[in-house]
Design a protein around this ligand. Sequence first.
Ligand code: NDP
Length: 450
Amino acid sequence: MGDYIDKVLNTVREKNFDEPEFLQAVDEVLTTIRPAVESHPEYKKLAILERITEPERIITFRVTWVDDSGKVQVNRGFRVQFNGLIGPYKGGLRFDKSVNQSIMKFLGFEQIFKNALTGLPIGGAKGGSDFDPKGKSDMEIMRFCQSFMTELQRHIGPDVDVPAGDIGVGAREIGYLYGQYRRIRDRYDGGVITGKGIEYGGSLARTEATGYGLIYFMREMLKVNGNQTFEGKTVTISGSGNVAIYACEKAQMLGAKVVAMSDSNGCIYDKNGIDLMCIKQIKEVKRGRIKDYLNTYPDAEYIEKDSEDSPIWNIKTDIALPCATQNEVTLNSARKLVENGVIAIGEGANMPCVKEATEYFLEKGVLVAPAKAANAGGVATSAIEMSQNSMRYYLSFEHVDRMLDAIMVNIFKSTKDACDSYGLGTNYVAGSNIAAFTKLAKAMSAQGIM
Ligand code: NDP
């Protein structure tokens, strides 16, 4: 059966040789689900692995818009509808200059596993554009979003495919995207996109959900490993966007001391503990740089990023939460974190650790909360937003937060159960992949060859 996995991996490598991020994501899943595949010989006959690694559909399109100086700009748009087995395609939109088909496919592939873990009926997708929102005016962002949605609207719908935010797509962009969808379709289809403003069908606690969910998952992981808690622990968090900010908020609520955060230019270190209100003001209101923190706290330190190893991982910490982007924790950074005594890693971002870094952490006995499981709170709460839209009803913040907490407890439980069933110890990376894969393989087997 090992042959089967190796054969599929080779074929995937041959077919997608120019897509490194996608290959990395597939490699991680296929090499960790081996025990589950070996105990089900029928999967080979049904070509489950060949099918699960091939997206159902990839849509690429031109996005043309006019900038403030009157110049015509052209970007490339994507939507990868990876797998609709267990519900409407669901996954965020990323606007970032690095976006390409490989990144879209890696994120779409990860999303099918993540969404399966939530226990909710949602399939996996991802989309976005190589549009760079940095430095653009509000009106430029609006014109871009309107042009992007003019094409995307043909391919989505509340029971078809439901996008949401991701890097570079927050509340402002979701508003413009939804507005254009509504203008073209001329009907109320609130559940067509999630992360909406509360005034027009958004869910309370959606903004907080990914970060809070990450901390809920880690709380469970720390509890079963020596009855540990966040109380009094030092935490460093990369990024200062949606996931990072609300991971910081919940970690602080549970008694942790967050001493560092970052953006793509560098990181700040505040030995007295980060003032999150100040970060929110800089990032959510002024859309400024993390360095601006020093304007309020001149005694804090700013360290510029000058190599592929982010300086934030050189800071001594008990818990590290990579919440910025893929492959931001290199093997060098992993070594530094371990040398400084880190006990747990919580992946808020998607695939933030290179493969060698994850392997190194596991080898050294560092607990790793894997992205597909640990950051699934965002999409789970998006599914709760869809339910509220269908019910034409709003749930309270406390209600949604309790549901999110229960979902994260459950995701940790199914991850741990898979580890226990297959004798994987605390390798939660393998455990979460197996838990998700088992569910998807069952659904694929049930629905016939397609
Ligand atoms: P945001 O755009 O809100 O924030 C992203 C943050 O990461 C910013 O601080 C940004 O800094 C930083 N960043 C981006 N690219 C790089 C880079 N190449 N190197 C260093 N820092 C970088 O995005 P989100 O918080 O929404 O997303 C962060 C991660 O979490 C992504 O991997 C995303 O896929 C994942 N995720 C998000 C979910 C959500 O609900 N939003 C759900 C599940 C996963 P700068 O401003 O300088 O670019």
